[in-house]
Design a binder for this molecule. Structure first.
Ligand SMILES: [Zn+2]
Length: 456
């Protein structure tokens, strides 16, 4: 048995100073004090916060966007995740048009199996809705997939409203949750065309081509479909004040909806698109990073309980890959790295500053995702019987984010030079120490996590 002693345990109902025992990969006991027996390993957690392993419900590893493949694959991405305290990532297996969900799932297992340093699961992105796809859904649930992703933008992925409606109805029946990329695809295309026609080809044209109203319209439309189907949907990467207003309107009318946002919508503003030369390209992601008003609105929603989950939308490219759009902003691969730094960014900006409790951070970065995506209570909480995926967090550790020092396999980070308070000391994965003194010491121990249907 291993006993984590004298830590500040971040339990679901608050913080408790005490001990936690681990045996056979699961949490065996939680108590004020656990007396060790001969042969037990003691892990001193004095001065540490003890969190359940963090869950990142939104990553894109080893993803081919049609032009290039993301810089992080499952080897580098999950190692970076683990070093930052994330013990489960949920990546997006994506159906190609004309192909099956089954083939997409096989392809993602091939990318991840035996190569991942943290645990992993897959959302299934549906890009081709037809009778065959529909018939495959029960197999997906049997394979441990209980969440799906739909796009309202990107011509190679997006679905018409009728399909979105039908899929969400199926989810209601099968016990799945749908996450949706909310941007109006037609308006995005029109916006890009207009920017180019008017001769604006630099990264600064990216946010101009897809302003907040493009997100807000899609959020509103999705919420109408969700209302018609009486099924709760998940709005992924909510970025704007206008989009948030649609969420508030629906909730005030009694509708249930899950909302995810990402660190970059909380911590960055569209100033990043006004850098000299081509420097802004590294900030090109969709939805784009918004103005200070939207940033504040999303932050307010985070702090007053309107956001359910904070995930990263990790989708990393090197600067050389970003340069594919040197002459044309619409060809810049969309996405930012982030999986390594999410817990430290949120802790440093909100918990260390006293704006958020550690328990709330645990909900936003772990428990809520576990509940929403069918992992709870196996993951997402410190409970007797839960998997012993545990993070020992030093609230006083200082760290500086640099592209050079990061494990993320790319030469850039949107947080270059950021000085953060708080960081990982040790991570246990199924009870085994895989990160020690903040360094990954054991790789490729991650397992596929099969998820159960959820009631939404
Ligand atoms: Zn994404």
């Amino acid at each position: 048995m291993k006993i984590i002693k004298n830590g500040m345990l971040v339990l679901e109902d608050g913080l408790v100073c005490g001990d936690l025992a681990v045996e056979n990969g699961v949490i065996a006991a939680i108590a004020g004090s656990i007396a060790p027996a001969a042969g037990d390993e003691i892990i001193d957690a004095s001065g540490m916060l003890v969190f359940p392993g963090f869950i990142d419900g939104h990553t894109h590893f080893d993803m081919d966007n049609g032009t290039t493949v993301t810089a992080d694959d499952f080897v580098t991405g999950t190692r970076a995740a683990l070093s930052g305290g994330t013990t489960v990532v949920i990546d997006f297996a994506t159906q190609d048009r004309g192909d099956s969900l089954d083939n997409a799932l096989k392809a993602w297992h091939k990318k991840a199996d035996g190569r991942s340093s943290c645990h992993y699961a897959f959302h299934m992105a549906i890009s081709d809705w037809n009778e065959h796809t529909k018939a495959e859904l029960p197999n997906m649930f049997a394979a441990g997939i209980s969440s799906f992703k739909l796009y309202l933008a990107y011509d190679n992925l997006r679905l018409p409203d009728e399909s979105v409606y039908e899929i969400i109805r199926e989810m209601k029946r099968l016990g799945g949750v749908v996450g949706v990329h909310c941007e109006n695809g037609d308006l995005v295309n029109a916006g890009i065309k207009r920017q180019k026609a008017e001769g604006r080809l630099t990264p600064a044209a990216h946010p101009a081509a897809r302003p907040p109203v493009v997100e807000a319209e899609a959020v509103k439309r999705l919420l109408a479909i969700s209302q018609l189907t009486d099924c709760t949907v998940n709005i992924v990467h909510l970025s704007s004040k206008a989009g948030l207003a649609e969420v508030r309107r629906a909730r005030q009318a009694g509708q249930r909806v899950f909302v995810e946002t990402c660190p970059h919508y909380l911590l960055l503003t569209d100033e990043c698109y006004r850098l000299p030369g081509f420097e802004s390209a590294k900030f090109v992601c969709s939805p784009p990073i918004r103005d200070e008003q939207s940033r504040q609105a999303i932050e307010e929603a985070l702090l007053n309980g309107e956001i359910d989950t904070v995930s990263t939308d990790h989708c990393s490219y090197t600067l050389a890959q970003k340069a594919l759009g040197k002459e044309d902003f619409s060809k810049i691969p969309n996405g930012l790295p982030g999986v390594e730094h999410r817990p430290a960014l949120i802790f440093s900006h909100y918990v260390a500053t006293g704006l958020m409790s550690a328990a709330r951070m645990s909900s936003l970065l772990s428990t809520n995702s576990a509940r929403q995506f069918g992992l709870y209570p196996q993951k997402g909480a410190l409970r007797v019987g839960s998997d012993a995926d545990i993070v020992l967090w030093n609230p006083n550790k200082k760290q500086v984010i640099t592209a050079q020092a990061q494990l993320q396999n790319t030469d850039n980070t949107p947080y270059e030079g950021a000085i953060l308070t708080g960081g990982v000391e040790r991570v246990l994965l199924m009870g085994e120490t895989v990160v020690s003194d903040g360094k990954v010491i054991k790789e490729r121990e991650g397992r596929y996590v099969s998820r159960h249907p959820v009631e939404v």
